[in-house]
Design a binder for this molecule. Structure first.
Ligand SMILES: [Zn+2]
Length: 156
């Protein structure tokens, strides 16, 4: 990560894992750090789930994957500026806490893909982990076992 100097305006780039709002990329877009820097076990599980989802006519699109710490901080600062600290922290973790920064979380769309993963993801060890984020998934159980209880939000 390049040094961020005081007064420098940070703008997230593809190298930070940035994916534009409204864009969904493929689990096979290995040239994107958002995909290639994910935990390999999570990526393999997601690709296996995608193959099964395709049998049901569902496409799993990636709206966010790995993020640099600077990008995560930028997301948090941006959200605090628009909705205030309390609401922002319910949805955006700090860089130290974020499972996206460690490569252990992935955000999926569209809605039918989210429903599919919530229903069948546990067969691959994939679980929704925050009650208020139906798009956010992590490896959280042994494949074929139940998912653990969800945390209320990114702050809990
Ligand atoms: Zn997420």
């Amino acid at each position: 990560m390049p040094p961020v100097f005081p007064g420098t305006v940070f703008t997230p780039s593809v190298d930070d894992g940035f994916i534009e709002d409204g864009v969904q990329v493929s689990l096979w877009d290995d040239d994107l750090p958002a995909i290639s820097r994910l935990n390999p076990e999570l990526l393999a599980a997601m690709r296996a789930a995608e193959a099964r989802a395709a049998d049901d006519g569902i496409r799993l699109g990636v709206t966010s994957g790995w993020r640099s710490a600077a990008y995560q901080q930028w997301l948090l600062d941006d959200r605090i500026a628009s909705v205030g600290e309390e609401t922002a922290r319910a949805y955006v973790a700090t860089p130290e806490q974020s499972r996206h920064v460690s490569g252990d979380a992935i955000d999926i769309g569209p809605v039918d893909a989210q429903y599919w993963l919530i229903s069948y993801g546990s067969e691959f060890g994939i679980c929704q982990t925050y009650g208020n984020e139906p798009w956010h998934f992590e490896l959280a159980t042994t494949p074929g076992s139940e998912c653990p209880p969800m945390r209320t939000d990114a702050n809990g």
